[in-house]
Design a protein around this ligand. Structure first.
Ligand code: ATP
Ligand code: MG
Length: 272
């Protein structure tokens, strides 16, 4: 079956993410130190590092929710804020702070992914009947729900979903954003084998359509299977390259080794 036309060709740059000299801190405590790397457009990149190594912090900066202390970020070779305003970046956070008890249906939740596009539709409405414009958003929403196999639960309140179903709803919402760059923070955690497979297959199809995927995960097996490139991170970049080279034991040991930035004052005192 033919894939949907790629909506991601607009991002023509070779590089999707370019980070240089990035330093981040919370309340003065350093978390990322002089991080520099480049992620090619249209590829699947996995970020791997131990707990507390700064993976979520990095994604939050790319998503624009945290300002770094220093350093430069470019998305598709340009200003990240302009990219975000054009809805070119979608973010699926590790701990989604959606209010799951809020009385809103699966359908309406997924539809919120279209809001960025709807804002820009306002100009079009002068030329198009409003119904046609709304139909387009509904079609995209229905397609995303079908893709994650949640179409039969479209009318259900989100508070009545299982954990795995919630993740699929968030993935569908991300699909409706049609962003050329997607950032996913541990999207596979807590899922059974079938649900993991479903999410990975959806992402693989998106990548085939030209979307750039940046996924944080601790899942080495699926990284080996799906990723084009692996970024090993522990407060600074340990290395970046193809999965077969990055997931060797020696590389993983280097990545997991305590970093000077992770040492607590107590540990320092003991060493003294
Ligand atoms: N809002 C915050 N305020 C203060 N410190 C924070 C905050 N968020 C994260 N940190 C600290 O920054 C460091 C990096 O955290 P981060 O969440 O980026 O790690 P991570 O690699 O995503 O870890 P995990 O694999 O556990 O999700 C940790 O030491 C964490 O305690
Ligand atoms: Mg994290």
């Amino acid at each position: 079956m033919a894939a949907n036309p790629a909506p991601y060709q607009s991002a023509q740059a070779d590089s999707a993410v370019s980070v240089s000299g990035l330093t981040a801190a919370y309340d003065g405590a350093p978390v990322l130190d002089n991080v520099s790397f480049e992620l090619g457009a249209g590829q699947w990149h996995t970020v791997i590092g131990p707990n507390g190594s700064g993976k979520t912090t990095l994604l939050t900066i790319l998503a624009g929710s945290l300002t770094p202390v220093r350093g430069d970020v470019k998305l598709f070779g340009g200003d990240p804020e302009a990219c975000r305003r054009r809805s070119e970046v979608a973010y699926m956070p590790q701990h989604e702070n959606l209010e799951w008890d809020f009385p809103i249906s699966v359908w309406d939740t997924v539809m919120t992914g279209r809001y960025g596009h709807m804002r820009r539709d306002a100009l079009w409405r002068r030329f198009l009947p409003a119904r046609l414009s709304a139909d387009r958003h509904r079609e995209i929403c229905a397609r995303a729900l079908a893709e994650v196999r949640m179409d039969h639960l479209a009318r259900r309140p989100i508070g009545q979903l299982s954990g795995g179903q919630k993740k699929r709803v968030l993935l569908a919402r991300m699909l409706t954003q049609e962003a050329p760059l997607v950032l996913l923070d541990e999207p596979l955690v807590g899922l059974d084998k079938d649900s993991r497979r479903l999410i990975l297959d959806v992402l693989r199809r998106q990548r085939e359509r030209g979307q750039t995927i940046v996924m944080v995960t601790h899942d080495l097996v699926n990284t080996m299977k799906y990723a084009d490139q692996v970024l090993l991170l522990n407060r600074s970049v340990i290395d970046i390259g193809p999965p077969a080279e990055m997931l060797r034991d020696d590389m993983l040991t280097r990545t997991a080794a305590p970093n000077w930035l992770t040492q607590t004052p107590a540990a320092d005192e003991e060493d003294a």
